[in-house]
Design a protein around this ligand. Structure first.
Ligand code: FAD
Length: 478
């Protein structure tokens, strides 16, 4: 009888460039792909919301359904189970007699605990787990540093060394044909949001961007963004935009769940450069992917420090405030600061927020309100459709000033940022229609309007729009 390999799909829900799946497929063993939907992802945290939220969960379930269809198209199927990885592995090992698990190597604590639990379950039956590094553009083993402890703490140093010396590895092809599941093994139904204890996110007419989970939609998006709409050639100029689908690539939700391989994006950019144009913009998309890589390597270097109050810097000087009332206003987009509220309402309604928006709302929470940055990171984990443990917690460390930012006390002047990136107030007006009557010159300065001006624009502070939580004039001095 053929040996069985279980391929545990985690944040690598794709057929293309999937080393674990490919190596299993060419091994002459019987391959059984499976995935676990872990109920612990949907437990309620001490802040009152679930660890992961409905936008992310919807995207995950769509990605799993698409992966199943794609595996079926090459003769196989995806076994889906709700349970912790250790429970699921114990069940599947017993049912199939597998001696091997192939899977992606993750770097953060909860994911590592899962790996250890799975290793333990396999060891009990004399089985083993084989790991593959497959979420970054540059492979861990190719880094030009003798050990991960020598990873530079400044991004630019990392980038320059990597760009100079490392080659992006070739993509693994899609496996040709896989065997069907054994007849006695049930494929398992994909649960609904309700079965996971979540509510359907309400439809919001303000939503302009709609994401569909899965590799098929990911490849479509790459094709549309890079080739059909030809947007790559202007990416550097448009990437700080706020409104609409096309100012940036929007690859992040697919990259986060591994429906899209960063090496595939890199490969497409090389082809685009050869066939259409090479310029700062075509380079800049790769530059941003390097940030993504960097935060993953930083997580590997610093381990659990990423999640601690003092951050990777172990900085205990900052006195963080734990004020749930202020935090609630921030989460709900009811701070009275239009630029912050518009961004936070977009996040709640869609699961997405631009990079510019994320930097501003994170800075506002940590520098203006001085609320514990980890609360912000936890809310993002709940709300983001593109939640990625390393990028999220790494960026929050950075903005809160406990991470890798070489500049001490970086501070975002929210008014300045709002006027620079939303000069006509279109973004604010889109998400906060009550402010539509305001002229561009006042849109970011609601708190500075006189009572008669407010009345003439139909705004009642504390009634149809919140009174500002902080005095806007603090941003007018600099
Ligand atoms: C506080 C905070 C939290 C964040 N949390 C996440 C997160 O959970 N998941 C996530 O994918 N990104 C996160 N980011 C990074 C960034 O905001 C998003 O990757 C980006 O906005 C996604 O939109 P896009 O795909 O159109 O990006 P593009 O501008 O088109 O960039 C292309 C890709 O590069 C990567 N990238 C770009 N900027 C960054 C960055 N600063 N850090 C890491 N990778 C980057 C992403 O994979 C992105 O898809 C966070 C940023 C901040 C400031």
């Amino acid at each position: 009888m053929k040996e069985v390999i279980l391929v545990w799909l985690r944040n690598d829900l794709r057929l293309h460039d999937n080393e674990a799946l490919y190596k299993a497929a060419v091994s002459a063993c019987h391959v059984i792909p499976f995935t676990c939907i872990d109920p612990r992802w949907f437990q309620v945290t001490h802040l009152g919301f679930t660890k992961r939220g409905p936008h992310w969960a919807t995207f995950l379930l769509q990605s799993i359904a698409d992966m199943r269809r794609r595996l079926q198209s090459i003769g196989s199927n995806l076994v889906v189970r709700v349970g912790t990885p250790a429970q699921v592995v114990a069940e599947l090992q017993k049912a199939t007699g597998a001696r091997w698990i192939y899977t992606s190597r993750e770097v953060t604590s909860e994911e590592i605990q899962d790996q250890l639990a799975v290793e333990n379950a396999m060891q009990q039956v004399g089985g083993k787990v084989k790991y593959f590094w497959q979420s970054t553009l540059y492979h861990l083993e190719d880094l030009p540093f003798k050990s991960i402890e020598l990873l530079p703490d400044v991004f630019t140093q990392f980038r320059k060394q990597v760009e100079k010396t490392v080659r992006v590895r070739d993509i693994f092809p899609i496996p040709g044909k896989l065997p069907p599941l054994p007849p006695n093994l049930l494929e398992g139904t994909i649960p609904t949001l309700q079965e996971l204890g979540l509510k359907e996110p309400p439809q919001d007419r303000r939503q302009l961007v709609h994401f569909t989970g899965g590799e098929s939609a990911a490849l479509d998006r790459v094709k549309t963004y890079i080739w059909e709409k030809d947007l790559l050639k202007t990416y550097k100029e448009t990437r700080n935009g706020l409104l609409g689908a096309d100012f940036s690539s929007k690859f992040s939700p697919w990259l986060a769940l591994g429906c899209l391989s960063p090496r595939y994006v890199w490969d497409q950019v090389q082809k685009y450069q050869a066939q259409r144009v090479t310029n700062d913009s075509t380079y800049w998309l790769i530059f941003e992917l390097l940030w993504r890589d960097y935060f993953r390597f930083v997580a590997l270097k610093y381990g659990n420090r990423l999640f601690k109050k003092g951050g990777i810097k172990k900085d205990r000087r900052i006195r963080w405030i734990e004020n749930k009332t202020l935090f609630q206003c921030w989460m709900e987009g009811k701070t009275g600061i239009p630029f912050i509220d518009a961004n936070m309402q977009e996040l709640a309604a869609t699961g997405f927020m631009s990079n510019r928006g994320r930097q501003n709302v994170a800075s506002f929470l940590t520098k203006d309100l001085q609320i514990d940055w980890r609360w912000g990171a936890m809310y993002f984990e709940h709300a983001l459709i593109d939640y990625d443990v390393c990028s999220n917690w790494g960026n929050w460390n950075y903005i809160a000033g406990v991470g890798n930012d070489p500049r001490e006390n970086r501070y975002f002047n929210i008014l300045k940022q709002a006027c620079q990136y939303d000069p006509q107030g279109e973004f604010v007006k889109h998400w906060l229609p009550v402010l539509k009557p305001l002229p561009a010159s006042w849109i970011h300065l609601v708190g500075e309007l006189s009572p008669s001006q407010l009345q003439s624009y139909g705004i009642e502070l504390g009634n149809n729009y919140p009174s500002p939580m902080v005095n806007t004039s603090r941003w007018m001095k600099t």
